[in-house]
Write a protein of this length. Structure first.
Length: 293
């Protein structure tokens, strides 16, 4: 387990105790260390550090939707799902929860996902009010037997006032150090072919040739996935908790077996020559400074 597991567990345990004192049993029946081990190993958990390198907050982000709460049509739309959001009790009022959500939202937005979602305990009215005050939409409240959560929130827009009031000028989001080197890029060196009219397009002033991967295929038709033109936005591959998708289209292929379901993957051209390759690149959440706006 990463060295970051202990501070993450401490943040969650502290917040669970604080909630229990107020009659809210959220997280009280879970072991934070065990519950976060898998998400930390998968590179899905973020740790928020202040200028003194002190852990002050945590959030977990995944593309996988909880089937108990989110409908099939919602799961088919690319989105990030936040969970295990906690900040230090003695940092209350500094806007750190808002900063965590903003960092997650911007991470997804820069990679083609414009929706951040999360679920909240149905009885935690105060927390629901807080999220509404940030501009998040309460979509609905669902009741699932054996589940205490079910208030479903969604964030599609972000205001500019995101800097944490009273916080140091440097706040860092970092992934577990041991995870940063595990996924860099996967290049399919021979698993592409050009479209029939690719060469003619390459001769134009603005090349727009198309690659079709031989491994990634559309689940419904079995046809190879087409990537292009080269000047278009890269495709985003994500797992919504049921299957791998590009956009709302389900995908198949043996290369998917080596990917991590909670992470985002970008599928892009690796050049503009006739023999260029398609690159499938998976992102772990890397260290990134959050700048004042």
């Amino acid at each position: 387990m990463s060295d970051d597991a202990e501070p993450v567990a401490e943040l969650l345990t502290e917040r669970a105790a604080w909630l229990a004192q107020r009659g809210i049993a959220q997280w009280s029946k879970k072991d934070p260390a065990r519950d976060t081990a898998a998400t930390i190993a998968a590179g899905e958990t973020w740790l928020l550090l202040d200028g003194a390198r002190r852990p002050v907050g945590t959030i977990t982000l995944s593309t996988r939707a909880d089937h108990d709460f989110w409908s099939r049509s919602e799961r088919s739309v690319p989105a990030l799902y936040a969970s295990k959001i906690a900040t230090r009790i003695d940092c209350a009022g500094q806007g750190l929860g808002r900063l965590l959500l903003h960092a997650g939202f911007m991470y997804g937005r820069r990679r083609g996902l414009s929706i951040l979602r999360w679920d909240v305990w149905r009885t935690n009215r105060q927390l629901q009010k807080y999220y509404r005050s940030l501009g998040a939409s309460l979509l609905r409240v669902v009741v699932v037997p054996g589940r205490s959560s079910g208030a479903l929130f969604e964030w599609r827009a972000m205001d500019r006032a995101v800097w944490a009031a009273g916080s140091p000028n440097l706040i860092t989001i970092q992934a577990p150090e041991g995870e940063l080197r595990q996924i860099d890029a996967i290049t399919e060196h021979s698993a592409v072919r050009l479209g029939a009219d690719a060469w003619d397009r390459l001769q134009s002033a603005r090349p727009t040739h198309v690659h079709r991967t031989l491994d990634l295929k559309y689940a419904a038709s079995g046809e190879p996935l087409a990537i292009g033109p080269v000047d278009a936005a890269p495709s985003i591959l994500h797992h919504a908790g049921d299957t791998w998708r590009v956009g709302q289209t389900a995908m198949t292929g043996s290369v998917l077996d080596s990917l991590r379901p909670g992470l985002l993957y970008r599928i892009t051209h690796a050049g503009s020559e006739p023999d260029c390759r398609v690159v499938l690149r998976g992102d772990l959440i890397r260290a990134a400074q959050i700048a004042s706006t």
